[in-house]
Design a protein around this ligand. Structure first.
Ligand SMILES: [Zn+2]
Length: 124
């Protein structure tokens, strides 16, 4: 959630908001480990975005009950639908990389700096 490398904790993994580096500059951890790696991040971003829209609608109706301003709620929900995926984008990438690292330990093919691999965590 802090846009840091899931292995060594270094920040600076993004060239720009939407452009992630291929590898961590410190430990050489590959941020895209397999083809299609980012599908998980896209899925997380989708869930967070739709969850935010649902929360906006539910809270909006609850706060303004019994006379909800439908037009205002629609505009606010559309703004949430536009902004949340853009703002959450880099966090979804590093968060997904951390989840992937937890599920699939470092592999020799990952070409990671061995100093950063915890003892006993290298898969064969
Ligand atoms: Zn790193």
């Amino acid at each position: 959630m802090t846009k840091r490398c899931p292995l060594c904790g270094l920040g600076r993994l993004f060239r720009r908001w939407f452009l992630v580096k291929e590898r961590c500059p410190r430990c050489n951890f590959p941020l895209e480990r397999i083809e299609g790696h980012w599908i998980g991040a896209v899925g997380m971003n989708t869930v967070v975005s739709f969850g935010s829209m649902l929360a906006t609608i539910v809270v909006g109706f609850a706060v303004t009950h019994p006379d909800p301003p439908i037009g205002t709620l629609l505009v606010v929900t559309l703004l949430v639908a536009l902004l949340v995926p853009l703002l959450f984008f880099p966090f979804s990438r590093t968060l997904w990389s951390a989840i992937d690292l937890a599920m699939r330990p470092p592999h020799p093919d990952d070409d990671i700096d061995p100093d950063w691999i915890p003892p006993g965590r290298l898969s064969r």
